[in-house]
Design a protein around this ligand. Structure first.
Ligand code: FPP
Ligand code: MG
Length: 332
């Protein structure tokens, strides 16, 4: 499913963006073709299962900010930039599903289950290679940003895996993890859009900061709906089962309420049994930490929206503003 968020913007502009995203969709399938049927099928598995295409959407909208200044955007380079960020994202999901031992991704059986861990890992590598091939066509400035983004993705994922050092603030550690594993690529999506449009360094800086903040919001909200939603296309409570701390559980722990003894006995167990997982999810859904987490996410979404005010006004900026609301109102 594509991120709607465009419902409230100028219909002509929305149609242009939708058309561009359709074209990017085609390129995603073509770029993930390989020499054998097995690799093609496995590499297209997550892409064909759908996805919000949040990163390509950001590339497209940030590039179209230039419409307000009468600048024409090179459609081929725009689509390539969007292709690079989405291929990188999808590549990371293959690896993530192996690390999470996931059953489901986007409502489909996860590649690590459908095939095996080693195939899923190598298919992730294959897609990252395909992203690298395309980013090389955009130029060395793009390649360097892509390489640095990849380094942050990996470091964020490692920091999440090993957890904070003793005495570190677990919430600060968590925010750094998600800034690296999610904020970085979303910031790069916004910057790539701006670069394709030819914006100056000062504007790219605004786009980077906006992208990083909305990326954080995106992941924080994702972690809330991992608990509260039954329609994410993933198993509810996957983060709990994997022992991955997220803002709701960190806030709940910090509240240190005696009535949460059962909840944390469950959260700290392996949660292998479906009943235990369902009970932990149920207890957390009723916990005040969920509302506290939502308040923090709303505050950050407002901060992201405020950053847009210095950018050229027009349908693209309106769509980016609408996206700030859409990101925190989605259930999937
Ligand atoms: C999903 O997070 C995963 C990420 C945002 C990044 C994962 C990064 C790597 C595995 C590093 C390797 C990268 C490449 C490019 C090969 P999540 O588990 O919180 O989200 P989920 O609920 O969708 O699984
Ligand atoms: Mg995961």
């Amino acid at each position: 499913m594509k991120p709607s968020g465009l419902g409230s913007v100028d219909p002509g502009f929305a149609a242009t963006v939708e058309g561009r995203l359709d074209s990017i969709e085609q390129r995603l399938l073509t770029a993930s073709e390989a020499d054998t049927r097995l690799v093609t099928e496995a590499a297209q598995h997550i892409i064909s299962a759908g996805g919000k295409r949040f990163r390509p959407m950001l590339v497209v909208l940030c590039a179209h900010l230039a419409d307000a200044e009468g600048a024409a955007v090179d459609a081929d380079r725009l689509e390539k930039a969007a292709l690079v960020v989405e291929l990188t994202h999808v590549a990371s999901l293959y690896h993530d599903d192996v690390m999470d031992d996931a059953d489901l991704r986007r409502g489909a059986v996860a590649a690590n289950r459908r095939w095996q861990n080693s195939v899923a890992i190598l298919v992730g590598d294959y897609l990252f290679a395909r992203a690298s091939d395309t980013v090389a066509e955009l130029g060395t400035d793009y390649v360097q940003i892509q390489a640095r983004t990849f380094a942050r993705l990996v470091q964020g994922q490692i920091a999440e895996t090993v957890g904070p050092v003793p005495d570190a603030d677990p919430i600060a550690h968590h925010l750094q993890v998600i800034a690296d594993k999610t904020g970085s690529l979303i910031a790069t999506s916004a910057v790539f859009g701006g670069m394709v449009a030819g914006f100056d360094e000062e504007t790219l800086e605004v786009l980077r900061d906006f992208g990083e903040e909305i990326g954080l919001v995106f992941q924080l909200h994702d972690d809330i709906i991992d608990i509260t939603s039954d329609v994410t296309g993933k198993t509810p409570g996957t983060d709990l089962r994997e022992g991955i701390p997220t803002l709701p559980t960190l806030l709940a722990r910090a509240m240190d309420r005696p009535e949460d003894e059962r909840l944390f006995a469950l959260v700290d167990s392996d949660l292998e049994s479906e009943e235990d997982l369902a009970e932990a999810v149920r207890l957390l859904r009723e916990h005040p930490a969920i509302e506290e987490a939502r308040t923090e996410v709303r505050r950050r979404a407002d901060a992201a929206r405020a950053r847009l005010q210095v950018l050229p006004a027009g349908p693209a900026r309106e769509a980016l503003e609408a996206l700030c609301d859409h990101v925190i109102n989605r259930d999937d």
